[in-house]
Design a protein around this ligand. Structure first.
Ligand SMILES: Nc1ncnc2c1ncn2[C@@H]1O[C@H](COP(=O)(O)OP(=O)(O)OP(=O)(O)O)[C@@H](O)[C@H]1O
Length: 266
């Protein structure tokens, strides 16, 4: 049987990404295909949000719709959980519908949102204002608002950072059950290996510049292969016993070289 290649969605090529005059990531060359589950990894400040923003805006220009779950959530604290989730589709309704819904939610909209909230464990909180929620509950509301957008592609900037590993795993599964393609920035490396098909890892290259260090399938990848993205972990982390007592840069570079063999395998 002939194998059908996955549909290309985007090719972000030879881009320096940053803010103002500051370049955060050099020579970014990333392709996205339909059906991929991409985990974006890297230490804090490595440029995950910067890359996600660039992908988001390139997708917009290419007219590829994507659900978006931002790191800062962007929820309106004074409004109810229901209203915050409904905001995910404001652009799909007329202004009048949006205004009326603010005053008196239509039962059909309410029901749709309730159905989404059920697996997220926030159905009983739909009338509560967001300011009265815990951090983890707010995170679920932000995810629900992105799910409510009803797109095939999900972009999330650390959407499961405020919940424990078990809950994070369930949330990622839910996101994946509703989206064909996903690109998610994460700090939990284990989740990247268990729930995603590909890892894009950001960090400093040998010249000390921010760059894409890894772009590889997760198949066969180990936690140790990811240590090069986290300089502290590669010198002292629990996944690199060989290096835990030796902080020599030689050891560190040896680890980087292993991972760089896989680089840009896509
Ligand atoms: N709006 C901005 N203006 C100027 N510099 C910025 C802006 N946003 C981020 N930066 C800088 O860009 C670099 C990368 O930040 P970014 O938020 O992309 O990293 P990150 O990997 O998402 O970090 P974290 O895991 O902490 O969220 C950092 O040095 C940060 O200070």
């Amino acid at each position: 049987m002939t194998q059908v290649s996955p549909l290309p969605l985007l090719h972000l090529t030879r881009h320096n990404l940053g803010h103002g005059d500051e370049i955060v990531l050099r020579d970014v060359d990333v392709r996205l295909h339909q059906g991929e589950r991409i985990a974006l990894l890297g230490a804090s400040g490595a440029g995950k949000s910067t890359l996600l923003e660039a992908l988001r805006s390139a997708l917009h220009v290419a007219h590829v719709p994507a659900a978006w779950c931002p790191q800062r959530q962007g929820l309106v604290p004074q409004l109810s959980v229901y209203h915050n989730i409904f905001m995910g589709r404001l652009d799909q309704h007329s202004r009048l519908t949006n205004l009326l819904n603010l005053l008196r939610p239509k039962s059909a909209h309410w029901q749709t949102v309730a159905t989404l909230c059920e697996p997220l464990g926030i159905a009983s909180l739909m009338e509560r204002s967001v300011e009265a929620l815990s951090g983890g509950q707010r995170q679920r509301v932000a995810i629900a608002r992105a799910l409510y957008q009803g797109q095939a592609l999900f972009l999330g900037d650390e959407p499961v950072a405020s919940v424990d590993q078990h809950q994070a795993s369930e949330l990622i599964q839910l996101i994946h059950s509703l989206h064909l393609t996903s690109i998610v920035a994460l700090h939990q490396r284990e989740l990247a290996l268990t729930h995603f098909t590909r890892v894009i890892g950001l960090g400093k290259n040998n010249e000390g510049h921010g760059a894409v260090l890894l772009d590889i399938p997760t198949d066969g990848l180990t936690l140790q292969d990811l240590d090069c993205l986290y300089p502290a972990a590669s010198s002292a982390g629990p996944h690199s016993p060989d290096e835990s007592t030796d902080e020599s840069t030689g050891e560190k570079f040896a680890q980087q070289d292993v991972s760089q063999e896989h680089r840009n395998a896509h």
